[in-house]
Ligand binder design. Structure first.
Ligand code: HEM
Length: 481
């Protein structure tokens, strides 16, 4: 158990005994929980030397070594065994206590970072428009500009807004069920048959299946078996992890991106009409005067990357369901009930992402002067919300280290700023519903004919769940129903 063990009984958010499959009390929405009592701030809170070193050693360096764009499985396993997430949480809690919850300036190799540790500041972070608090913080930009140079995250001003609109419309960001969901569900069912043969499901098989599925959803059936494109994209992601620190290698990755982009365009030109690339090609911006700048089809690079993350999410959710059989029964009842939106299963996926977020740190850069707790900070300030820390913070989230999917069934839960697996505000994930739909459809395809009766690593539901859960080592035992 890590030293940030759950304070289940003593969590500050209220609880109710509403029925959950596991009988666990459901936490009240943490938006209502109190912020850390604010001290009157007369000057900016700055981390001292020891605090800075501790922050770098327990938070920043592990995040860099784990890999921002392509997770390094061995590093994750090593940190999981060492309890690294607990070190990071202990550091952040100590900083919050020492500075009375004020935003703390921490000096790093690439400049000063303003770390937000209090709920009121986190709320302000999500409320500020992206024109003021921009997504493309310098460190993030260095990596992303290799992966998706014309992607929405890398963009500014009007161009960003136009590219965001393309993403919102193609991904149907405002709808729980994507217009192509009938076709996407058929693709899931076809690909999922490879998952359930044999009594064991390992992550390698799941990852391959999800990659094929993602290519079919984005680029069409012709791309399903294109392992070469997959290798190119993987090489670019690995290089992006180094944030352009290896000059010659970054140039090679740029050349690889050009090849991959040409291949993506070729597929898009003949993709089935329901695919994301075909929808992007038919988007009005693709025929407009700014088509070359906006690059609607170029957005597909992020979509392929994002859909690959469905693999780890599905693996972790199935593992958690194997350790929570009553929840698995409730999910199964929902699948049998035939509601296509599968709300209970989607709640399980959201809960997995709360415990094991794909983006544990949200980083932004200010494009204008901003004020935090009465202190002004100039344009160009990098701002960090340690989202994982907040959504597993026992001071604000009841049963913070337990698997309690029912918390997501409460009205408004998905908009609670403390719980942010998809972020909030102008930078919120436009693929949220599509990611949930795809993950839930894959899990449903497995559970329709099988029960997950065991899994490795073993999880004990009576203890705090581990802070990190590497997906590469996950093995699931399937028993036919
Ligand atoms: C299923 C799990 C997913 C999770 C947990 C997730 C999470 C996130 C988060 C936290 C962000 C904000 C990142 C930041 O602030 O730096 C984000 C952004 C984004 N996501 Fe997702 N995502 C998922 C799936 C998807 C899918 C399936 C797509 C598209 C096919 C997608 C497309 C995007 C795009 C385009 C952005 C950038 C938004 C912008 O710059 O305004 N995501 N995602």
């Amino acid at each position: 158990m890590t030293d940030d063990s759950p304070a289940v009984a003593g969590a500050t958010a209220g609880t109710t005994k509403a029925a959950t499959a596991t009988g666990t009390a459901i936490p009240a929405p943490s938006a209502r929980s109190a912020s850390t009592p604010a001290r009157a701030v007369t000057r900016p809170a700055r981390a001292g030397r020891a605090e800075t070193v501790r922050f770098a050693a327990t938070h920043t360096l592990p995040a860099f070594l784990r890999g921002a764009f392509h997770v390094r499985p061995k590093v994750v396993s090593a940190y999981a065994a060492l309890g690294q997430q607990g070190w990071s949480a202990a550091t952040l809690r100590a900083m919050r206590a020492r500075h009375g919850g004020a935003p703390v300036e921490v000096r790093g190799l690439s400049g000063t970072l303003l770390v937000l540790l209090d709920q009121a500041d986190v709320r302000q972070f999500y409320e500020l428009p992206v024109r003021t608090l921009a997504m493309d913080a310098p460190d993030k930009y260095r990596g992303l500009s290799l992966l998706e140079p014309t992607g929405v995250i890398c963009s500014h001003g009007d161009t960003r807004e136009d590219r965001r609109r393309i993403n919102d419309e193609v991904l149907a960001a405002d709808r729980p069920v994507h217009p192509s969901c009938r076709e996407f569900r058929s693709l899931v069912d076809e690909e999922a048959s490879a998952l359930t043969c044999g009594g064991e499901l390992d992550f390698t098989r799941l990852r391959r299946t999800v990659a094929r599925l993602g290519r079919r959803m984005v680029l069409g059936d012709a791309a399903a078996g294109d392992e070469e494109l997959a290798r190119w994209l993987l090489a670019i992601r690995e290089e992006a992890n180094w944030m352009r620190m290896r000059k010659g290698r970054a140039a090679a990755a740029e050349a690889l991106y050009a090849k991959a982009a040409a291949r993506v365009e070729e597929y898009a030109a003949r993709a089935e009409p329901y695919t994301l690339a075909a929808l992007a090609r038919r988007h009005p911006s693709a025929a407009g005067p700014d088509a070359a700048v906006l690059d609607p089809v170029g957005q597909a690079h992020h979509w392929l990357l994002a859909l690959d993350t469905v693999g780890p999410t599905v693996a972790r959710t199935l593992l958690l369901l194997s350790a929570h059989p009553a929840e698995q029964d409730a999910v199964r009842a929902g699948i049998d009930g035939g509601d296509p939106e599968l709300p209970r299963l989607r709640a399980c996926v959201r809960e997995t992402l709360r415990l094991y977020p794909l983006v544990p740190d949200l980083v932004r850069v200010t494009r204008a002067e901003t004020e935090w707790r009465g202190q002004r900070y100039p344009a160009g300030t990098a701002v960090l919300v340690p989202a994982l820390f907040h959504q597993r913070d026992p001071e604000h989230v009841a049963a913070a280290h337990r698997f309690v999917p029912a918390r997501w069934l409460r009205p408004g839960a998905a908009d609670d700023p403390v719980l942010a697996p998809f972020s909030h505000g102008g930078g919120r994930c436009p693929g949220e519903h599509l990611g949930l739909l795809t993950s839930a459809a894959l899990i449903a395809a497995v559970l329709r004919g099988h029960r997950v009766t065991g899994g490795r690593p073993a999880l004990d539901p009576s203890l705090a769940l581990p802070g990190l859960l590497g997906s590469a080592g996950i093995r699931l035992t399937l028993t036919a129903r």
